[in-house]
Design a protein. Structure first.
Length: 280
């Protein structure tokens, strides 16, 4: 059960979607929502005259603090009448980057919620850095929500993008409170490989049995990727079955490999039309 949900403010045009999703989930679980605004303290930069003068640094610090507190006050007004308690929390990132500070705060929550990553624009890497650090450093799941998502939360129909990896297994466990709220859980295995060290003799069967023991109504389907990416195949399947949520493991490969060659996690983060819950 989720009792603490964190929504880091990442300064994009898509902030409404994560906040709305967090409140909807919190309403179902009688949970607390914390919206995190980080004071991004500028780091002293060296110059031809040595380190940044203290009065210059102090002035920039104070400006950053004022911007963050103004943002926090605006959010307090916006969510003053929400259906669940919404805390507006501020923290200062003095020796940390803002996304590192958010990951630290996420360790005290059950779930973090972020917007999806824009395919282009100034916010692309900013959102990706938040997502990467929250997923890899917090030890908690991250729910990403598209800007125009119409999906129901808590979900009625969930697709689990299953692969017998540590990340996917963790995602299933972390998503269990939402899975229990769903009418149907659909396990999809893309390009399954039969064998003792991979999917077993019947791909998807073992995880389906585990979920059924939790009282869930489970369906299992295998799908070929048909020369498309795994992420594309998962999202098309989710669209076909009318899913409200996808559950997936995140970053089975290194960040460098994902950045250079692409990967399922990044493509889901960029291209999903519905919320995706990731765990690492």
């Amino acid at each position: 059960m989720y009792k603490d949900i964190l929504v880091p403010y990442v300064n994009t045009d898509s902030e409404h979607a994560p906040a709305a999703a967090a409140i909807a989930i919190a309403d179902a679980f009688q949970a607390h929502v914390a919206m995190l605004v980080t004071v991004d303290v500028p780091r002293p930069m060296p110059s031809d005259w040595g380190a940044m003068a203290y009065d210059v640094y102090a002035s920039l610090h104070e400006e950053a603090r004022k911007r963050a507190h103004a943002r926090a006050e605006a959010l307090r007004g916006k969510f003053a009448h929400a259906t669940v308690p919404v805390e507006i929390r501020t923290t200062e990132a003095v020796s940390l980057y803002p996304q590192n500070a958010a990951a630290l705060q996420a360790r005290y929550a059950d779930l973090s919620v972020l917007p999806t990553m824009p395919k282009e624009g100034a916010d692309t890497m900013f959102v990706h850095d938040y997502f990467h650090d929250l997923l890899r450093q917090s030890g908690r799941p991250v729910l990403v929500v598209p800007r125009d998502s119409k999906a129901m939360l808590p979900p009625k129909r969930v697709v689990i993008a299953w692969k017998p990896t540590r990340e996917a297994s963790r995602a299933v466990a972390d998503a269990m409170p939402l899975l229990r709220k769903a009418d149907t859980v659909n396990v999809v295995v893309i390009d399954p490989v039969v064998g003792e060290a991979v999917h077993g003799g019947e791909p998807g069967a073992d995880i389906a049995v585990h979920l059924a023991r939790h009282g869930l109504k489970v369906e299992v389907e295998t799908r070929p990727s048909m020369n498309f990416s795994v992420a594309y195949a998962v999202l098309q399947h989710a669209r076909t079955v009318g899913a409200d949520l996808v559950v997936a493991g995140g970053y089975g490969h290194s960040r460098l490999r994902e950045a250079m060659l692409g990967g399922t996690t990044r493509e889901l983060l960029e291209s999903t039309h519905l919320p995706v819950l990731f765990s690492h």
